[in-house]
Design a protein around this ligand. Sequence first.
Ligand code: ADP
Ligand code: MG
Length: 353
Amino acid sequence: MEIRLNNLTKIFQSKKQEETIAVNQLDVTIPSGKLIGLLGPSGCGKSTTLYMISGLLKPTEGSIFFGDDDVTTVPPEERGIGLVFQNYALYPHMTVRQNILFPLENLKVPKAEALQQAQDIANLVGIGELMDRKPAQLSGGQQQRVAIARALVKKPRVLLLDEPLSNLDARLRLQTREEIKRIQRETGITTLFVTHDQEEAMSISDEIVVMKDGLMQQKGSPQGVYDDPINEFTARFLGTPPINMFDGEIKGGKIHLNGASIGESDLEDRKVRIGIRPEGFKVLKTGSLRVEVEFVETIGRDTTLIIKNPVEEGKTFRAIVEADQKIQPGKGISLSVKPHKMFLFDAATGERI
Ligand code: ADP
Ligand code: MG
C-alpha cells in the first residue's frame, strides 16, 4: 500500500496565539512494501507527521492517500494502521496472549481463529513461547515485540513505528532493529519508522526522509543521501563520526583550505564551507595540507586520527585511516582529500554548491 502525503501541514496554535509550524508542506510518497525511515532531530515534526498519517491528529492543510484512497478525514480505526510507540503501552494485568488478542476483540473474529492469528503473529515476531507471561515478566525487547505483534495482528495496511527502540539498551536496540527489518520483509507491509538516530535509520531503511524544522530536507536511499547530501544540515546529520566542516575558499579553480590546495572546482572565486567525511582523507609522505596529529585511536581495522584543525584554533577534526599506518601523536603529517568525500556548501544558506 503506497502512502502519499500532499502538502501535509500541521500548525499548532498556543493560548497566546503563537503558532508552531510542526509540519510544513510535506510532499512525500512512501512506496508500497518498503520500510521508510523518517529521520530528524527532536522537535522537527516526525511524530506529528506520523500522528496525521494514523488519523490521531487532523492536518491543518494537505491530504493523505493510502493507495487510491483519500484517508485524510477517515477516523483512525478505519484506516487499517498498526501503531507502535516508544513506551510499549501493554496492559500490565493481561498476559501476552490477551494483549495480542485485544485488537481482535472488537472485530468479532471467532475465538479459535483469533487464537490462531495471535499465535502466528507471536511466532513471527519471535515470542511464540511467551504467551502466558505478563509484561512485567518480559525484557524490554520482548515487550516491544508484543507491542509489534499487537499492531500486526489486525493485518494493517500500514505499520507506523514512533521511536520504537528508544527505551532499549544498546544491544537490544541493535537486535530488535534487525528483527523489525526481518518482520517487515516477511510481511511486506509498508512501514514508516520514526527515529532521531541516524545510524538506526540508515541501517534499517530502504529509504530515508530527512526532516528539519517541519520541512523535508532530502529523501533517498541511506547511502545515496550520505554520498550526495543536498545541504550542510543533511551532511552533518548523517555519519558517525560526523563530517568535518571547514571554512575555505575557491581561488583560481582550486579548493583552498588554510592556504593548501586540496582539490579542484569549476566555481568562481568565492568563500565556501568545505565538508570532508572522516574517511575522505589519505595520509601522504609529503603534501600541501600539513596538519598536526593530537591523538591516535586504533579500534579494529581502523585508526582514527584526531587532528588539530588548521583553520580554527583549539578545535580538532577526525580522519579515519587504515590501522597499519605508523602515526605518532604530536607529529606533523600531510593529507590529501578524496574528491568524492568532499562537499562544498554556501556559507550563508548551507546549500550544496
Ligand atoms: P519530533 O517527533 O520530531 O520530536 P514533534 O512532531 O513531536 O517532533 O513536534 C514538532 C513541533 O511541534 C515541536 O516544536 C513541538 O513542540 C510542537 N508540538 C507538538 N505537539 C504539539 C501540541 N500538541 N501543541 C503544540 N505544539 C506541539
Ligand atoms: Mg517524536
